[in-house]
Design a protein around this ligand. Structure first.
Ligand SMILES: [Zn+2]
Length: 400
């Protein structure tokens, strides 16, 4: 069993509230063990995505409030329906390979297990090769303020094995497990129960966020995006609830663009616009990372700037990206030249761009995983990412 190279990321969702501006979906990156350019992490679609949730629920303290009585089959059913609705938010996005409307076989059945430790431990033992949701496990990752987190196992080469799953590509998410805090420091409520549980967090909102990690997304700095790193305050939720006609209603366009970028539908002829460029300082000598990094790269652009595309007609934020790097080839190490690319934009629209530093309520530290640390210090192409540059001002520019 090849265990060592597999990278484990713990991505917490925090209880906190503040105002923020800006937007950017962020992908999680893996650096192939052979070196080379960072690749986005994704679940393999070679077979239906396996998934299950554990019906082992804490009784004391009770952490999930439902409209049904605790301990009944109706309670299990209500929680299961909330989980299914949260999955459907992501598979309800058009123009993706996981779209229920286009590729209904992408998701396996949502199975139930009564096993208490179905999500495995922090050390990676007990991995099952299935993607699991658990409400009855403790973890060292539950620092103060952490409501839930997703533990993601990522292969860095083909042929790595975890449990019964063997990777077929570098960056493959072999397993993702979602754990909810169960020590009584936070409680959760299904949509049916939220109005009568004003001190509980919206279970559906948090599930949608964590499932975004399961599919490979990282935190977005847009405040109302599902992938923002902070949960809606207790007793509340953001945006509309899903409906049969619009299962992805709880998502923002930034979330939709992110999942399209990860799992693009090859037959999509609408959401295929790209805006790309570089964020460079007017005076290169002003670049805080102007000197070579520890691994010798020459930093020639602003790293971690927030580039956001706004629909010129509606004024709505469509998507954003963080400026970072480019690679001369898939086997070349990244060069930190301030390149950004916003993918999967609807055609036939005009966009205004703005650029801002990540110095608002959501900081570089809130972007989890490897979204801003796409380097490996060893191997054939070691690299060292510069610090995120938050010390600049930018002029608003217009683009198409
Ligand atoms: Zn998160």
């Amino acid at each position: 069993m090849t265990r060592a190279p597999i990278r484990i990321a713990l991505i917490p969702l925090l209880a906190f509230a503040a105002a923020a501006t800006g937007a950017a979906y962020t992908l999680n990156y893996a650096i192939p063990s052979a070196g080379g350019c960072p690749v986005p992490t994704t679940i393999s679609l070679a077979a239906p995505i396996p998934r299950q949730w554990s019906t082992s629920l804490p009784v004391s303290p009770q952490i999930i409030f439902t409209a049904a009585a605790p301990g009944t089959s109706q309670q299990i059913s209500e929680i299961g329906q909330t989980i299914s609705a949260a999955y459907a938010a992501w598979t309800g996005v058009s123009g993706t390979e996981i779209s229920a409307g286009t590729f209904p076989g992408a998701l396996g059945p949502l199975n139930e297990t009564s096993t208490q430790s179905a999500c495995g431990s922090d050390q990676g033992t007990g991995v099952t090769g299935t993607n699991t949701i658990c409400f009855d496990e403790s973890s060292a990752a539950f620092a103060p303020g952490v409501l839930a987190f997703t533990r993601v196992f990522v292969a860095t080469a083909p042929g790595e094995t975890l449990g019964s799953v063997t990777s077929s590509f570098a960056g493959q998410i072999l397993e993702a497990d979602i754990l909810f805090r169960n020590d009584g420091q936070a409680t959760f409520a299904t949509p049916e129960a939220l109005a009568n549980a004003p001190n509980s967090y919206d279970l559906e909102s948090i599930l949608i966020h964590e499932l975004g990690h399961t599919f490979g997304l990282e935190h977005s700095p847009i405040w109302r995006a599902a992938m923002a790193p902070f949960a809606p305050p207790p007793g509340t939720y953001w945006g509309p609830r899903p409906t049969p006609a619009a299962p992805d209603a709880p998502l923002r366009d930034d979330d939709r663009t992110g999942i399209r970028a990860l799992y693009p539908d090859p037959n999509d002829t609408t959401d295929i616009g790209i805006i790309t460029g570089r964020v460079v300082p007017a005076n290169p000598l002003a670049l805080s990372g102007f000197a070579a990094t520890a691994a010798g790269e020459y930093v020639t652009g602003i790293f971690g700037a927030h580039v956001v595309a706004v629909d010129a007609q509606t004024g709505q934020v469509v998507a954003g990206a963080l400026s970072g790097w480019s690679c001369a080839s898939p086997t070349a190490a990244p060069v930190f030249d301030g390149t950004y690319q916003i993918d999967r934009l609807p055609l036939g629209r005009s966009y205004n761009l703005y650029i801002e530093p990540l110095d608002g309520a959501i900081t570089p530290a809130d972007i989890g995983g490897n979204g801003l640390s796409p380097c490996r210090s060893s191997g054939s192409t070691p690299c060292s990412a510069p610090p995120v540059n938050t010390d600049f001002v930018a002029r608003v520019k217009s683009s198409k």
